[in-house]
Design a protein around this ligand. Structure first.
Ligand SMILES: Nc1ncnc2c1ncn2[C@@H]1O[C@H](COP(=O)(O)OP(=O)(O)OP(=O)(O)O)[C@@H](O)[C@H]1O
Ligand SMILES: [Mg+2]
Length: 428
């Protein structure tokens, strides 16, 4: 508009970087945000190292991905990197590398090399102490320290990127930075991180993602085994048919896929060890519910997103919800990629399938509690037993289509009374 005067009011680097430290990460989720970047860069091997050194501890996250050119590296260190994204790329905000890192440390260095032919190793550092002193968004080239030298060492063998976290003020507050407590804390954070990464990236680690092979992820030299909440190797689990829902976007619509699974009760798991393992980081009860995947990366692990409450009887119920990045806004994905909201239209559409899943899970739970073990198994052949159980599930699902929950329960009770043996065989 003619005559309108504008003033550029650039944010204060010192003030803003300080406040951006607290946007909801913890150590494992911050590392996961960097693993996102490595996966996007096409990495097939990702290593997380935690190194305790009195007053000089550090963390390295290395990958064998594409690496960055000099201008790419400079842009990567900008808060709000300027770039465009393809559908289903894991990045979105241009922030994760910086916000994730500074949630845990004060000095972030990125060491990178682009190809086997290109021998140059580039090193750039973003240091909170410097930013606070100068109030400028400056980065510095070619800093050195034992951690940075170690990172360069990895890239001498092959290209890729290593992110270095030093001055771990949030992880090891000053008075603990040289004590045994500090050492134990770093070790315990590493093991929580291993558990978190094995869950969040389980499809990538298992090689279940279309168009890419297995991604090997190691934490302190230990190779992670994928933690798949749906126990794909358990023969006694019940997979419900996949359902898809169309959700509107700004320029059309996009599909959300829903698939419910009733996990076997404890006595029907292949082993007690597997049952314990599948319990998950928050244990059976709190791991029931929805597992929401954004472009195959888990962004919510358990809970019912307000559709219902946690209930001991439903602890065998888990469901996968998959959405593509064109629904990011509808799902209100946050910077740390650890929280989403179900779009209201989807919430409505999910009510019935979730209820259906919960009825089946409740039933599996009660049957197991009443049967008191495997005593009923073994009558008739395994195949006919499974076939009858599947008929039972199909029957229940069909009945739920046309009946309310009380009507449904009444019908089952009548059948159990009239024909108890058949009801048992059908697992009703
Ligand atoms: N390990 C890596 N290998 C190659 N490029 C990387 C790596 N890490 C970061 N980058 C580059 O730096 C950019 C900035 O990363 P950053 O995590 O800050 O933002 P983003 O991934 O684009 O979005 P989000 O904030 O959603 O994570 C990336 O877009 C990518 O181009
Ligand atoms: Mg990122």
């Amino acid at each position: 508009m003619a005559g309108t005067k504008t003033y550029e009011v650039a944010p204060s680097a010192a003030r803003l970087t300080g406040s951006l430290r607290d946007i909801g990460y913890d150590f494992p989720t911050a590392v996961a945000d960097l693993v996102d970047n490595s996966i996007t860069a096409g990495a097939t091997r990702i290593n997380v190292f935690t190194q305790f050194e009195p007053n000089d501890s550090y963390v390295l996250i290395s990958d064998d991905g594409l690496g960055m050119t000099e201008s790419g590296l400079i842009e990567a260190l900008r808060f709000g990197s300027r770039r465009t994204y393809e559908t289903n790329e894991l990045g979105r905000f241009g922030l994760g590398l910086k916000t994730g890192s500074f949630s845990q440390c004060r000095k972030l260095t990125v060491v990178t090399r682009t190809s086997a032919k290109q021998r140059a190793i580039r090193v750039m550092t973003l240091d909170l102490n410097r930013i606070e002193r100068t109030d400028r968004w400056d980065i510095t080239a070619n800093e050195t320290s034992p951690a940075i030298e170690r990172a360069k060492g990895y890239l001498r063998e092959s290209p890729g990127t290593v992110v270095v976290w030093e001055d771990l003020d949030r992880v090891l507050p000053e008075r603990y930075a040289e004590s045994g407590w500090g050492r134990r804390r770093l070790r315990s954070l590493a093991s929580k991180t291993a558990e978190h990464l094995a869950m969040v990236f389980h499809r990538f680690i298992a090689g279940d993602v279309d168009g890419r092979g297995e991604v090997v992820v190691c934490v302190d030299e230990d190779k992670l085994r994928p933690w798949d909440p749906f126990a794909p190797d358990e023969p006694e689990r019940t997979l419900l048919p996949e359902q898809t829902f169309e959700i509107e976007t700004e320029d059309g619509s996009s599909e959300v896929r829903f698939r419910g699974v009733v996990l076997p009760a404890r006595d029907r798991f292949s082993s007690l060890e597997e049952f314990e393992r599948l319990s998950g980081p928050l244990k059976w009860n709190r791991q029931q519910g929805l597992y929401i995947y954004r472009a195959d990366r888990l962004v919510q692990h358990g809970g019912w997103s307000g559709l219902r409450g946690i209930d001991e009887h439903m602890k065998l119920a888990r469901a996968a919800i998959d959405f593509d990045t064109d629904l990011d806004e509808a799902f209100q994905i946050n910077v740390a990629k650890m929280s989403v909201e179900l779009p209201p239209a989807l919430r409505q559409m999910l009510e019935r399938p979730v209820q259906e899943l919960c009825v089946l899970a409740d039933d599996a739970y009660r049957r197991s509690a009443n049967a008191g073990g495997r005593s009923e198994a073994g009558k008739g052949s395994k195949a006919s037993e499974t076939a009858l159980r599947d008929v039972g599930i199909a029957l229940k699902a069909a009945m739920l289509e046309g009946a309310t929950l009380p009507e449904f329960r009444k019908a089952i009770a009548t059948l159990r009374k009239r024909n108890p043996e058949l009801a048992k065989q059908l697992h009703l």
